[in-house]
Design a binder for this molecule. Structure first.
Ligand SMILES: Cc1ncc(COP(=O)(O)O)c(C=O)c1O
Length: 399
């Protein structure tokens, strides 16, 4: 066998479908509602802080596990908001985005043969994260809502059946990409009880913490009784401050796991961009009103895109958090989601993500398509105009 092929690990997953849709979109000049990055400016105060840090020559490596002031700001905010004490020196590690934070955590805690529970549909990185870290993934279904205004749910018995002696961790993502589900305190208590029973670590990706709608509120699993010392919370500047290209994220881990995470992080990336960490301190210090405005502006965009997609006959699952809308496209009569997504970007000029990229078993996502709404009104209005080309006869239903 040629040595010039990818490793066994690298051949077990495909390139990111989300990033591929963005590239296709650039090729065809479409409206990009696929990859979740805002097309509007980041807060001025945060950008100014980054410029000031570069001008002040904060240009060399930061402390590997993160600038002290940023780690302290992360610890302070988590403690203040959720009542969980975090010691910056012992628990916070700044990484290159939540992406590296997740990878570093998995590589730090997984041994071959360890099982990791993942809810599906899932954010597409978790599959490759499991493969690269050597974990055996076990998937538990998030069932789509059967009635209007209901949320995606899991079956507690199905979840309980996924736990066993080999289970090392469970990956959670709330608010959830791609479903928009926000896990309730009761659901987190069920998960927490299983983690305690089987001595399992919760790895909780809370990157959409502040992007939450209606009467929902975010509950971190670390704040559930008995979970602070068995949870790695992952977050990032990317979504909250509209700076997905800055690549600054972090883990908050029990002190017993921090050393392992920091070692892996050090040899993966050395550290996140030093001047942008300085700007992160300013970002985490913005007034509380910023977060209320952020959620309100996304709720308005959510309603706008729901209206557009309903008018163009998509069946929509209204999200309670995060900035995506999962839709069902079965009635459009395309062979599958990938064909439909390709048609949409090439012929209609709107990019979305095929649902199968969120499932291990592609068949489960074959009638789904995910749109994002972290976009300016003009962008959403342009998508609306283009979607007129989509000739359909079916009738939409809102879930
Ligand atoms: C659930 C989830 N986690 C992590 C990421 C990536 O975060 P970061 O930009 O901080 O690496 C995304 C981006 O879309 C996401 O949706």
């Amino acid at each position: 066998m040629s040595k010039f092929t990818g490793s066994k690990k690298a051949t077990q997953f495909t390139e990111s479908v989300i990033r591929e849709m963005t590239r296709l979109n650039q090729m065809y000049g479409g409206v990009n509602l696929s990859q979740g990055f805002p097309d509007f400016p980041a807060p001025a105060v945060v950008k100014e802080a980054a410029c000031a840090a570069i001008q002040a020559d904060v240009n060399q490596y930061a402390v590997t596990w993160g600038t002290r002031s940023l780690r302290e700001a992360i610890a302070r905010e988590f403690g203040r908001r959720y009542g969980v004490t975090v010691v910056a020196d012992e628990q916070v590690t700044v990484c290159c985005g939540a992406t590296e934070a997740m990878m570093a955590t998995m590589m730090a805690i997984i041994d071959p043969g360890d099982e990791v529970i993942i809810f599906e549909p899932f954010y597409e990185n978790y599959g490759p994260d499991a493969i690269l870290s050597g974990a055996t993934p076990r998937y538990v279904t998030l069932h789509e809502p059967s009635a209007p205004q209901h949320s995606w749910t899991f079956d507690p018995d199905e979840l309980a059946a996924a736990f066993n002696d080999k289970t090392k961790a469970i990956i959670l993502n709330t608010p959830n990409n791609p479903t928009g589900k926000v896990f309730t305190r009761e659901e987190l208590q069920i998960i927490a009880a299983l983690c305690r029973k089987w001595d399992v670590i919760a790895i909780s990706d809370e990157i959409y913490e502040h992007i939450i709608y209606d009467d929902w509120s975010h509950v971190p699993i670390a704040a559930i009784e008995g979970m602070a010392d068995r949870t790695v919370t992952i977050n990032s500047l990317s979504k909250t401050y509209s700076v997905t290209g800055w690549r600054v994220g972090w883990t908050i881990s029990p002190p017993s796991l921090t050393g392992a995470i920091r070692k892996v992080h050090d040899f993966l990336t050395v550290g996140a961009a030093a001047p942008l960490q300085e700007a992160g301190v300013v970002a985490l210090g913005v007034p509380e009103q910023y977060y209320a405005d952020l959620a309100a502006s996304y709720q308005r965009r959510r309603d706008m895109l729901l209206d557009i997609l309903n008018r163009h006959n998509f069946t929509c699952y209204a999200p309670d958090g995060a900035y995506y809308i999962m839709t069902d496209i079965g009635h459009f009569g395309f062979p599958d989601d990938v064909e439909f997504a390709r048609y949409l970007v090439k012929e209609v000029g709107v990019a979305a993500v095929p649902g199968s990229s969120f499932y291990r078993n592609a068949a489960m996502g074959r009638t789904k398509l995910r749109f994002c709404f972290c976009k300016r009104d003009e962008t959403l209005i342009e998508a609306d105009k283009r979607l007129v080309k989509l000739a359909v006869r079916s009738t939409a239903r809102v879930h």
